[in-house]
Design a binder for this molecule. Structure first.
Ligand SMILES: Nc1ncnc2c1ncn2[C@@H]1O[C@H](COP(=O)(O)OP(=O)(O)OP(=O)(O)O)[C@@H](O)[C@H]1O
Ligand SMILES: [Mg+2]
Length: 257
């Protein structure tokens, strides 16, 4: 049993995998709390019984933690391509088999069919793209684009993080599909803030409040709002045990967050 209850983030901000806002982009400089935030999201996904895949291009303890609990984790360019290819193939297969019958309407999604989401947590997406040769980079971009454009109904969801983002760094189709955006950190340039949120710091109702684990979110539902990222320490043994437990139990009674 899968639990489709949105994942709470901050105040009324939540992550609902079944909406058009499922794909997510998180922009923050080094040390601003990206990986800690991803750890929370990852744990909550497993708790709800969804399928989780991790790309940790920096080959850090984040990936190591999840790998050690049996979650598919890719780090090298070859592993990343392998994972992206298999996710796209699985998605195409799902559409051909599960979504092409007469009973399935045009807007039927994975939750209507009681299927889990397949969520790709992609930490440091630009490091990953740069880790491969030209051909590998182009292929990674192509596969990521397919997931971004076609994944939503079948529950293939992407979460990307980056320390920076220029217009040419990622295909426009990918960034445009990420309708949930987060910008975190104290020293965010006007440019990064604008690329992330579409707004300017000077237009904020109060002074800029970004810091470690703090920043601004943009969603179709709430527009631009201040948020604080939930804290979950992925390096601890407790975290590993929690992941292990969630994986096995699925905790899908729907009673708890
Ligand atoms: N929500 C938070 N509240 C308080 N402190 C936090 C929070 N998130 C992160 N930190 C602190 O900041 C440190 C860096 O966090 P994290 O590793 O997640 O940053 P990052 O953006 O992934 O950095 P890097 O670019 O080095 O990967 C953590 O070790 C933790 O001490
Ligand atoms: Mg990190």
């Amino acid at each position: 049993m899968t639990n489709y209850k949105p994942i709470p983030i901050y105040d009324s901000l939540e992550w609902d995998l079944t909406t058009e806002a499922c794909h997510t982009l998180l922009l923050a400089p080094s040390g601003a709390g990206k990986t800690i935030f991803l750890s929370y999201l990852s744990a909550m996904l497993l708790k709800r019984g969804h399928e989780l895949y991790i790309i940790d291009a920096k080959n850090s303890s984040f990936g190591a933690t999840f790998r050690s609990t049996g979650i598919y984790t890719a780090s090298s360019a070859e592993e990343i391509l392998c994972l992206l290819t298999s996710l796209v193939e699985q998605m195409e297969h799902d559409y051909e088999t599960l979504y092409s019958t007469d009973q399935v309407g045009l807007d039927t999604n994975f939750s209507d069919l009681n299927l889990p989401a397949h969520v790709l947590i992609f930490d440091e997406v630009l490091s990953a793209l740069e880790s491969g040769d030209k051909k590998q980079k182009a292929e990674m971009e192509r596969l990521l684009k397919l997931l971004a454009l076609k994944g939503r109904l079948a529950g293939y969801v992407i979460v990307l993080t980056s320390q920076r983002l220029l217009a040419t760094d990622l295909p426009k189709a990918v960034t445009e599909q990420c309708q949930t955006r987060y910008v975190m950190g104290s020293n965010i340039s006007e440019e990064l803030f604008h690329i992330g949120t579409g707004a300017y710091k000077k237009d904020l109702a109060s002074s800029y409040l970004g810091d470690v684990g703090k920043g601004y979110a943009v969603t179709p539902k709430l527009g631009l709002s201040y948020f604080e990222a939930p804290y979950m320490k992925y390096k601890s043994n407790d975290f590993r045990q929690l992941i292990y437990l969630f994986q096995r139990s699925g905790m899908s009674d729907g009673k708890s967050d």
